[in-house]
Write a protein that binds this ligand. Structure first.
Ligand SMILES: Cc1ncc(COP(=O)(O)O)c(C=O)c1O
Length: 457
């Protein structure tokens, strides 16, 4: 079978002159040489018949799906397309409150009503369930039970597996939702596989949601000029997995086992999930998920005298180790099969050095110290109406009783504290004011609310 990356390199070396897009004309550094457009022989992602079709068909066989599509606008466009394809306009979806912002954006675009897992169930049944598994921190949900739930109701199960593109590829890692009964699964290849930023996959596993509907919405949400450089980084990652099988991850799994068992010996800092990557009762995050953790996510809880932000700052400045995320409670370090033995060694020794410097006996901080569950505010307006409404900027401190016209989110991991149509409580406004990394609050401390003089509520 011809491989996209080989064909691109062959073409880059040929004497073909590019009287076509893109404007850099393949002049520039090495990356530019394979940045082409839909020229003869290279197929079209939105209407694949040859090279790309065969790549995606090979991937579908490899993953055991009806159809697998390469995405160049991230899992974001896969989530938008999956929800739009699976649920009628104006329908209802059941989601965790901690869902990624793209799930809420899909709800806005398709005027959907949201129900939340763990909240009082309403009388109306959902038209689909959309789960996040694993979460940003790596917590894995019980997909099999959810698949039973959705099968019983005859509705689709969509799984945002953005952080689990490496799942099922080696026995050390959890199983993918693809083999656990999900209908549509979205994976960010760029997060945990060696592929470029923005690349992702949309797996139509069962065909319960017709592939034509999925493709229709991908055409809407995805660029009409998908990058061949990005696409070939996905196909190259696929071929590495297909050619090597689980052996591709053997070394990575061995490094991780050593790292986790080493870090389990920390005295003041603490590795969430310990050596075995299983969360203890007191470690469970404030959103619905199981106890299993992706062992590739290294979540280090701060100590009594050094919080997550302080730890992250030390790792960056003193040890030149760049974490993925820092919160008041913890630091998250993301790993992949492309990590080196030296990288793991540096991380282990830096954390032990910091751990030894901590006042002995300060002990690890309790898990969700600052991220304890934030109650879902009351809804006064439909999301889509409130997001389109005339707005007024209100100081956060005086927002109690106002209807939000915007998303206020914690970034990372891009999950909302309040969404358009929900009503501020004094407590929520206070909490938002104390959290780091919040988007949706202006530098002047104001939030965007529905102008009730113009929009009768
Ligand atoms: C849980 C989750 N879902 C979806 C996404 C969106 O993925 P992408 O950045 O590939 O669009 C993210 C991004 O961080 C995420 O954390």
């Amino acid at each position: 079978m011809k491989r996209l990356e080989d064909e691109l390199l062959r073409y880059a070396e040929s004497d073909m002159y590019p009287f076509h897009m893109p404007g850099h004309k393949r002049r520039g550094n090495a990356l530019f040489k394979t940045d082409i457009t839909e020229i003869d022989g290279f197929d079209n992602l939105h209407d694949p018949h040859s090279l790309l079709l065969r790549e995606m068909q090979a991937a579908a066989r490899f993953y055991g799906t009806k159809e697998t599509s390469i995405l160049v606008n991230g899992s974001t466009c896969g989530i938008l397309a999956a929800i739009s394809a699976a649920v009628r306009k104006g329908g209802r979806i059941l989601i965790p409150r901690s869902a990624h912002i793209s799930v809420y954006h899909a709800a806005y675009l398709r005027d959907l009503t949201l129900s939340y897992i763990g909240e009082e169930p309403g009388k109306e049944e959902p038209d689909a369930v959309v789960l996040t598994s694993p979460s940003y921190e790596g917590c894995v949900s019980d997909i099999r039970s959810w698949a039973e739930y959705t099968k019983k109701r005859g509705i689709p199960l969509i799984v945002d597996e953005a952080h689990g593109a490496h799942f099922s590829r080696h026995p050390y890692f959890p199983e993918s939702a693809i083999s656990l009964g999900a209908d549509l699964v979205i994976q960010s290849t760029h997060k945990t596989l060696p592929a470029m930023t923005q690349t992702a996959l949309l797996h139509n596993v069962t065909g319960r949601v017709p592939s034509e509907r999925v493709r229709k919405f991908l055409k809407i949400y995805e660029s009409s000029s998908p990058s061949y450089v990005l696409m070939s980084s996905v196909t190259a990652a696929w071929h590495a997995l297909m050619d090597n099988g689980s052996a591709y991850f053997d070394e990575y799994a061995a490094y991780l086992r050593d790292l986790r068992s080493g870090l389990a010996g920390l005295s003041n800092l603490r590795l969430a999930g310990g050596a075995e990557a299983v969360l203890a009762e007191g470690e469970l995050p404030p959103y619905p998920c199981g106890t299993r953790l992706d062992p590739g996510k290294i979540l280090i809880m701060g100590s009594g005298s050094l919080d997550g932000c302080g730890l992250g700052a030390l790792l960056r400045t003193k040890y030149h180790i760049e974490p993925e995320m820092m919160t008041k409670d913890s630091v998250l370090l993301m790993t992949s099969a492309a990590d080196t033995e030296e990288g793991f060694r540096r991380l282990l020794s830096a954390l032990f050095e910091i751990d030894a410097d901590e006042a002995s006996g300060s002990g690890p901080a309790p898990y969700p110290a600052s991220s304890e569950k934030i109650p879902v505010p009351e809804t006064a307006m439909r999301l889509a109406d409130a997001y389109d409404a005339e707005t007024v900027d209100v100081p956060l401190t005086g927002a109690e009783g106002m209807v939000s016209a915007d998303f206020v989110i914690v970034y990372p991991p891009d999950v909302p504290l309040i969404i358009p149509g929900e009503v501020y409580t004094a407590e929520l406004a206070r909490r938002i004011g104390t959290l780091p990394g919040v988007q949706g609050v202006s530098p002047a401390g104001t939030v965007r609310c529905v102008n009730s003089l113009v929009n009768p509520i």
